[in-house]
Ligand binder design. Structure first.
Ligand code: NAP
Length: 247
């Protein structure tokens, strides 16, 4: 399949990395479904931007941690575009806190959205992908899932969980023409990293081999590469997009 024939669902596409990934697919001519947790001003603005650029786009707000809501979203996509060919599990949150002070809610929220959300969306799409003999599942993990990070026990566990999930699913569905890979971004300029102090940012920068922070475009390029039909022999992998921060 060529990218312009694909129906692509990007979760968490109202802003940041997800929005850029969706734009990259839309620019290549794909039908793109933008998901966000809820209707919000920035989500409406993003959808308007896509529409006025003339992209083939559909918007659907729902919480990916809610399995019934996700089933409703996939049905709506089927009704409008047909089956999903590419699923990008990008929706994610952080609730940073040292373990000793981390609340049950901070743990549960991060695991529910980042990891269970990935499970919910994948489960809802995988049957039709296997039936059509083509599919691409691309999970946006994090280098933190490989290295750990103080204050992020919940986030690191969710992102490491996504990597284990990626490998298990890749083994289950590979023979049906469906690949499942993870992209692990390092430090990417976005709302998620804007809140960090200049001191912490400078510390990160010292460890990035290419000497700059990443952009959402850097991540989108890796996702597009994995979605391409020519990437059919790559599955169960974790592609780090981190400028050489973790080697
Ligand atoms: P962001 O700017 O904070 O955007 C997060 C996106 O996820 C938003 O579109 C948000 O929608 C959506 N979202 C949050 N909770 C959701 C839910 N329950 N259901 C559906 N959508 C939900 O984040 P980002 O920096 O672009 O990060 C995107 C992904 O990359 C995340 O998985 C993150 O962990 C990963 N990542 C980021 C970095 C980085 O440096 N930025 C590094 C490594 C990995 P709303 O607008 O509705 O809130």
């Amino acid at each position: 399949m060529n990218i312009e024939e694909m129906n692509v669902l990007v979760t968490g596409a109202s802003r940041g990395i997800g929005k850029r990934i969706a734009e990259a697919f839309a620019l290549s001519g794909a039908n793109v479904v933008l998901n966000a947790s809820r209707e919000s001003e920035h989500f409406t603005n993003t959808v308007r931007e896509f529409e006025s650029a003339g992209y083939s786009v559909m918007a659907y707000a729902c919480d990916v941690s809610d399995p019934e809501a996700v089933k409703g979203m996939i049905k709506a996509v089927n009704d409008k575009f047909g089956p999903v060919h590419v699923l990008v599990n990008n929706a994610g949150i952080t609730r940073d806190m040292l373990l000793m002070r981390m609340s049950d809610e901070e743990w549960d929220d991060v695991l529910s959205i980042n990891l269970k959300g990935t499970f919910n969306c994948t489960k809802a799409c995988v049957r039709s992908m296997m039936k059509q003999g083509f599919g691409r599942i691309i999970n946006i993990s994090s280098v933190v899932g490989l290295t750990g990070n103080p204050g992020q026990a919940n986030y690191a566990a969710s992102k490491a969980g996504m990597i284990g999930f990626t490998k298990a699913v890749a083994k289950e569905i590979g023979k049906k023409g469906v690949t499942c890979n993870a992209v692990a971004p390092g430090f990417i300029e976005s709302d998620m990293t804007d809140g960090l102090s200049e001191e912490i940012k400078a510390k990160y920068l010292e460890n990035i081999a290419v000497g700059r922070f990443g952009t959402a475009d850097d991540v989108a390029n890796a996702v597009l590469f994995l979605a391409d039909a020519k990437s059919s022999f790559i599955t169960g992998q974790v592609i780090t997009v981190d400028g050489g921060m973790v080697m």
